[in-house]
Each structure stands twice: as structure tokens, then as C-alpha cells.
Write a protein that binds this ligand. Structure first.
Ligand code: THU
Length: 136
């Protein structure tokens, strides 16, 4: 993990643009994500909470759903923006879902509260994703 945005400040801005759409009445933690694909398309997502807490969808997985729905499967970077004091790294479930499409993608994390930004490769955050290998 390094300090900085690895040249993806513009992607951070795209995520920041939908942070106000985050639905987080239970935790009060608002999160937005923006994915850019190899073809240069951008897909956005926010966290969507539920009164049955465990049904909550994280911003990253919302963005992955938008990407696949849009016909893309080749993400190169994701920006994750939150209103927490510290930038938030993707949760374990989101790491697995992101790794399905690119285990080495760039992950940029930014806090709108503190202005801090960190970046890492997903392979650094999540070095051993589960991959299904069929036998026979
Ligand atoms: N959250 C995300 O959107 N992404 C993460 O990677 C971590 C957590 C959301 C889920 C929930 O709405 C809130 O943050 C607090 O856990």
C-alpha cells in the first residue's frame, strides 16, 4: 500500500460524484466506487444497506454488478471513496468478487473527510483468491 492515487485522481472524482447516493441509514458510513475498464468505460456503485443488516451490498460489488450488466469484464482499476476518517480498503467478500475479474487490478482508496488517499494492487491486498478448477 502506498500513499497517493497512482494517477487515478479522475476516477476518485467519478466515485465522489455519486457518494451522495449511498444508502446507509444504519451505519452512517457512505461509500462509493468507480471501476474503469480496459476499454475506458466507467461503472459506478454505492453501498446499499438494508434493515436486515446482512443483506447490505457494498459499493464495490454494486460497481461490479453495473460493469457486468454493461457487458464489460475487464476492470483495470477501482476507486473507493468514503466519508470515514481513514480511507477504507475493500472487505474480504469484495476482494474475492473483484479478483474474479482481475486479481491484479489497481485499488485506490480515498477519504473525503481527511483527504487521505492510498493505492495498492489487489494482488497485494488479496494474494490467494479462491479459483474454481474443474477436475477431469
Ligand atoms: N462497505 C462498503 O461499501 N465497502 C467495503 O468494502 C466495506 C464496507 C459498506 C457496507 C456498509 O454499508 C458500511 O460500509 C459499513 O460496513
Amino acid at each position: 500500500m502506498i500513499e497517493g492515487d497512482m494517477g487515478y485522481s479522475w476516477l476518485v472524482e467519478r466515485a465522489r460524484g455519486v457518494l451522495g447516493n449511498s444508502y446507509a441509514p444504519y451505519s452512517g458510513i457512505h461509500v462509493a466506487a468507480a471501476i474503469v475498464t480496459a476499454g475506458g468505460r466507467v461503472y459506478l456503485g454505492v453501498n446499499v444497506e438494508n434493515s436486515s443488516y446482512g443483506l447490505t451490498i457494498c459499493a464495490e460489488r454494486s460497481a461490479v454488478s453495473a460493469m457486468v450488466t454493461g457487458g464489460d469484464r475487464d476492470p483495470v482499476a477501482i476507486a473507493i471513496v468514503s466519508d470515514t476518517e481513514e480511507p477504507i480498503p475493500p472487505c474480504g467478500a469484495c476482494r474475492q468478487v473483484l479478483a474474479e475479474f482481475n486479481p491484479d487490478m489497481v485499488v485506490v482508496m480515498h477519504s473525503v473527510r481527511s483527504g487521505k488517499t492510498y493505492a495498492a494492487r489487489l494482488s497485494e491486498l488479496f494474494p490467494s483468491p479462491f479459483r474454481l478448477r474443474r477436475v477431469g
